[in-house]
Design a binder for this molecule. Sequence first.
Ligand SMILES: Nc1ncnc2c1ncn2[C@@H]1O[C@H](COP(=O)(O)OP(=O)(O)O)[C@@H](O)[C@H]1O
Ligand SMILES: [Mg+2]
Length: 369
Amino acid sequence: MATVVLRNLCKSYTSGQDAVKNVNLEIADKEFLVLVGPSGCGKSTTLRMVAGLEDITSGEILIDNQIVNDVPAKNRDIAMVFQNYALYPHMTVYENMAFALKLRKYPHREIERRVQDAAEILGLGNPTMLKRKPKELSGGERQRVAVGRAIVRKPKVFLFDEPLSNLDAKLRVQMRMELQKLHTRLQSTMIYVTHDQVEALTLGDRIVVMNKGSVQQVADPVMLYENPVNQFVAGFIGSPPMNFLRGRIAGQNADYYFQDRGIKLRLLPQHTAHMARFRDKEVILGIRPEDIYDKIFAQDARPEFTITATVDVVEPMGAEIYLYLNAGNNNFVARVTNQDTATINQDLQVVFDMSKAHFFDSETQIAIF
Ligand SMILES: Nc1ncnc2c1ncn2[C@@H]1O[C@H](COP(=O)(O)OP(=O)(O)O)[C@@H](O)[C@H]1O
Ligand SMILES: [Mg+2]
């Protein structure tokens, strides 16, 4: 059993800025929770406070319902894996993995068994591998040793701080799958920090999106993708990012349109109740690139969901094509099939799937519904 609770957690460095602002989170036993957000948003600071490597300015951290604010790092029964691996260069793979157990005076037999088990799990079991020094390892192997060092301790909670950021793209995808398997196998509580939203979506049972020290939204991957609570989350999750078009709500008698120069899109009945108070006001329409279609492939689409856009750039991506489009004051991207034949400078009829549209208050950036 290992639950982790953060209550009103704050951190201000002496330089005066607030790195973490009033974070509240409850991490369930065996959960894989991912903290994601841009560089500098307070992810590492949060994780380091959980580990006991950083003082807490205010608030509480509970592990298994015990307040641990004043418990030193070594007594928290937590293992942390860092981006830079932090291996001891003069020790072999075996010694690196065994080190924490030796410090804690585990019997020799037990150390050997645990290191061997961890090495097997991570594909490092080969005796010649265990005798190598970190400089004789590839990036991926070093990362495995760093994870192995955490596993041998059988901690209550694993903390990962961008553990895959130093690996090349292919290895990152492979290690991502291995970490998933590891979680299934160990059934431990894991808190994982990354700036990479793809990594967050693929790994997390639940994802915490942070910005400027504050939690923006906590949700499972699908919820986060489909129901972002504000423009920050909407723009951060998804690639290419959600398009944001500026316009205003026009119309009457519950017959409303989103309008701007060169754009007129009818709102659906489910929008109208929410949008009435924004009549004649500016709003932001959010729509993902995959929810905009070339009219050629959406023949039966109604004209009130169709606009004419100029094709600025055509970017073939293999299975699909990204079309960079312009209509009046707004630029946006459509993700279309590779069968699409649109060309640069062409005036293209594009259809918006308005059932997938999001609307944000242009002043607060908060989702309107
Ligand atoms: N030791 C420190 N002293 C002063 N400011 C720090 C220190 N560590 C981090 N910060 C600042 O706190 C903020 C959050 O940093 P960090 O938690 O490392 O962000 P992230 O891991 O999300 O990139 C940043 O503005 C960073 O500059
Ligand atoms: Mg960091």
